[in-house]
Design a binder for this molecule. Structure first.
Ligand SMILES: [Zn+2]
Length: 321
């Protein structure tokens, strides 16, 4: 796995390797960032560093087995889609068995936030009193959904995003992908988000659709033109993410901080409409979009929510003029 090599260089990996050499490793870590894939790569890279005699050589038995997901002492959970009580029971059983080829066992639980409270509670006991030579590497892209009792037993480590130059190097082979520049800009330095954009055939169309909203939505009679778009949950999340970033860039332009604009193409696109917005209105619109995003729109009609959002954006825009 090519991507792993970039994660092996992350500073926290070097730090934890030192801790291991000084026998100072904690028995459990909670790795977090907004990007589930980055978290997963980070823990796999760490497992390689801890088990390989050369801290990740890609060619020894430990490295090869980890990369193939077949190392008998590196156990991955959840076994199904979300971490379950069944997984927790299995972990308790496995944790007390001796390691097969290494001196210790690594138990990786990806995206623990995707589980029920019951499953997390079941796991709690073994995390509180882990058997000797068992290390828990747990990840989450939503810290708020991890039980406080679990969080307090683990050492939290933030998985950093990569710099613009690093991300360009990592995804150099995708240069001919039509979403390449958008993926580099909107992937926010995270490999998972960047890959998602590169693989999404509709991303460019959604991006243009959002641009239409910001630039051309000027009165409520036009809202109907935007409602023909079929919107599912994934698409709505992308729309909210892009819109939020657009309005943030617009705010930077209004504050004459052009160098802080993330999507430089927008400087030209937004030049004309800049004067239609006040700084106050853009701040309120960004807050509005964030609020909608945080609610995760459970049990509501997405089309209705989308329509309401457009109405409110217009309202704010005119009220704060
Ligand atoms: Zn190795």
């Amino acid at each position: 796995m090519e991507l792993i090599k970039y994660f092996l260089k992350l500073p926290f990996i070097t730090k934890l390797l030192q801790d291991k050499q000084q026998n100072k490793l904690s028995s459990g870590y909670l790795f977090h960032s907004l990007d589930a894939s980055s978290n997963a790569f980070a823990v796999t890279a760490l497992a390689m560093t801890l088990l390989c005699k050369k801290s990740g050589c890609f060619s020894c038995e430990n490295c090869i087995k980890i990369l193939k997901n077949s190392h008998p002492d590196v156990l991955y959970y959840p076994k199904e889609k979300a971490f379950s009580v069944f997984d927790a029971k299995d972990i308790i059983e496995q944790a007390y068995k001796k390691p097969m080829i290494a001196n210790f066992k690594i138990i990786i639980i990806n995206e623990i936030d995707n589980s029920s409270i019951e499953a997390q509670n079941k796991l709690l006991k073994i995390i509180e009193e882990p058997p000797k030579n068992v290390f828990f590497l747990i990840t989450t892209s939503n810290l708020d959904k991890v039980l406080q009792t679990i969080k307090s037993r683990l050492l939290k480590i933030k998985v950093p995003c990569f710099s613009l130059d690093e991300i360009k190097e990592i995804f150099d082979s995708f240069r001919n992908n039509e979403n390449y520049s958008l993926a580099i800009t909107y992937g926010q330095g995270y490999v998972g988000k960047t890959l998602e954009i590169l693989k999404n055939e509709n991303y460019l169309a959604i991006y243009e659709f959002c641009k239409e909203i910001v630039i051309h939505l000027k009165q409520s009679s036009q809202i109907i033109n935007f409602l023909n778009e079929k919107i599912d949950k994934d698409k709505f999340i992308i729309i909210l993410t892009i819109l939020s970033s657009f309005y943030r860039d617009l705010l930077m332009l209004l504050c004459n901080q052009d160098y802080l604009v993330v999507d430089k193409d927008l400087i030209k696109d937004f030049a004309e409409i800049k004067k239609e917005f006040s700084i106050n209105s853009v701040i309120k619109i960004i807050n509005l979009i964030n609020q909608i995003n945080e609610k995760r729109f459970s049990n509501v009609s997405l089309n209705l929510l989308f329509e309401t959002m457009l109405v409110k954006i217009l309202e704010v825009k005119f009220r704060c003029k």
